[in-house]
Design a protein around this ligand. Structure first.
Ligand SMILES: *Cc1c(COP(=O)(O)O)cnc(C)c1O
Length: 416
């Protein structure tokens, strides 16, 4: 029986064992074909409209991946000066970067203005700040439509109980502040939440958003946000986000809006996870197999410093086991918790999973780790951040970020 990674030739001409031998463990491995496939899907979402898809790079800001996104014609969202900085290094022109700011200092706002990227402000007070810094400027305002969606409270990013955006009922006040500083509101954006597999609530939010747009005369673009889901339970046959049906319905909605209002603007979306999650796998090594009071544990080097999603959101990631370069799919099975090497009892990548019987030195592959994986990783316990490798379309493996060294841990100390 094939494993998932084998069925999609995830590791190209290599295999997990060789990769770990060559680059060390834990290791983020990305597959260029899957990455480009997803990028093409979002880039081609609305062929009948003026449209760009912005890659939300907080999901993954590896320079090589950003360069691939640039080649595939995606624009990009930045959430910080650091993201603007790396996007420019990756070759994105300012006009293709959208700064979705949230509670930023004047210095940060000024940085974005000086870099010539379009800024979205997230509150009336930040709208005033923008006005003070850049009277007469052009910008976008993030609207909070009062409803959200997502897989966990922590990733629902619109609605009456979230910190994001300007409440739709305050639209008059947006106009007041804009008038005071001669500002041009050329865009409106929203992002209602992350990881939905059912696009209906998203379409409803778009429909409402289009109504708000009618209250602004100078709009050049409307940005509907991201959040398109990834099938994290693919080993249990969870189906992909139905982008084809979504595409048709969104297209129809926008066509209808253009006809009814006689308006035409550039439409944008800003997916992140959908683009990169499935293209990434984390490889780790099994260093211990043990039983504590009836519970079996597989002790690996994939701690919460490497992948924090399971701890932060109770997220599920499928796990595969490799031995001698081959997936272990048949044979006896056991229920294990796959855990890391961090001094925290919550350091669990996969809880109570039925897996093939695991031995020391086996390799575990944590699937769908390309989004919010490396980008959320840390030096907790003074562990070194992992290396990243790309399996190119021709099946080669290339290093796209070196592993940190012990010296990197001392980089910021004045008298090391
Ligand atoms: C995080 C974020 C995104 C991307 O969300 P995904 O669920 O990864 O698609 C898009 N827009 C904004 C404003 C975000 O904060």
């Amino acid at each position: 029986m094939d494993s998932y990674t084998q069925s999609v030739h995830f590791f190209g001409r290599s295999n997990p064992e060789e990769l770990v031998r060559k680059y060390g463990s834990p290791l983020f491995v990305y597959n260029e074909d899957i990455l480009r496939r997803q990028m093409k899907r979002v880039a081609g979402l609305l062929p009948n409209h003026r449209f760009t898809s912005n890659f939300s790079i907080k999901t993954n800001s590896n320079l090589t991946i950003l360069r691939i996104a640039n080649e595939e014609g995606l624009n990009a969202d930045a959430m910080s000066p650091g993201e603007i900085f790396v996007l420019k290094k990756a070759g994105f022109l300012s006009e293709r970067i959208f700064y979705v700011s949230n509670n930023v200092s004047e210095e940060e706002m000024q940085y974005a203005i000086d870099e010539g990227v379009i800024v979205s402000v997230d509150s009336l007070s930040q709208l005033e700040m923008f006005g003070r810094l850049n009277r007469g400027g052009r910008l976008s305002v993030r609207i909070n439509p009062g409803v959200g969606a997502g897989h966990h409270d922590k990733v629902v990013t619109a609605g009456k109980k979230t910190k994001f955006g300007v409440a739709a009922q305050d639209i008059e006040k947006i106009h007041d502040v804009a008038a005071q500083y001669d500002l041009h509101i050329i865009g409106l954006n929203q992002h209602i939440g992350s990881l939905f597999m059912d696009y209906k609530p998203f379409l409803e939010a778009c429909r409402n958003f289009l109504h708000y747009a009618e209250e602004f005369d100078e709009l050049e673009f409307l940005d509907f946000g991201g959040g398109f889901g990834t099938p994290y339970h693919k080993l249990a046959d969870e189906q992909e986000f139905d982008i084809e049906s979504f595409k048709k319905e969104l297209d129809a909605l926008l066509t209808e809006w253009k006809q009814q209002t006689g308006r035409d603007v550039l439409f944008k979306t800003e997916p992140g996870r959908y683009i990169v999650a499935e293209s990434g796998v984390i490889l780790g090594q099994v260093h211990a197999v043990k039983e504590n009071y009836g519970h079996k544990y597989v002790g690996t080097d994939i701690g919460m410093n490497v992948l924090i999603r399971p701890e932060l959101y109770d997220s599920w990631h499928d796990v595969e086991v490799y031995r001698d370069g081959q997936p272990v799919t048949g044979g006896e099975r056991e229920v294990y918790s796959v855990v890391g090497n961090i001094c925290e009892s919550g350091d669990i990548v996969a809880k109570d999973r039925e897996l093939p019987v695991i031995k020391e030195k086996d390799i575990v592959a944590v699937l769908d780790a390309g989004a919010y994986g490396f980008s959320m990783s840390s030096n907790y316990n003074n562990r070194l951040r992992a290396a990243e490798v790309l399996i190119t379309s021709s099946g080669e493996d290339i290093l796209i970020r070196r592993r940190e060294t012990l010296d990197d841990l001392l980089r910021c100390f004045p008298n090391s």
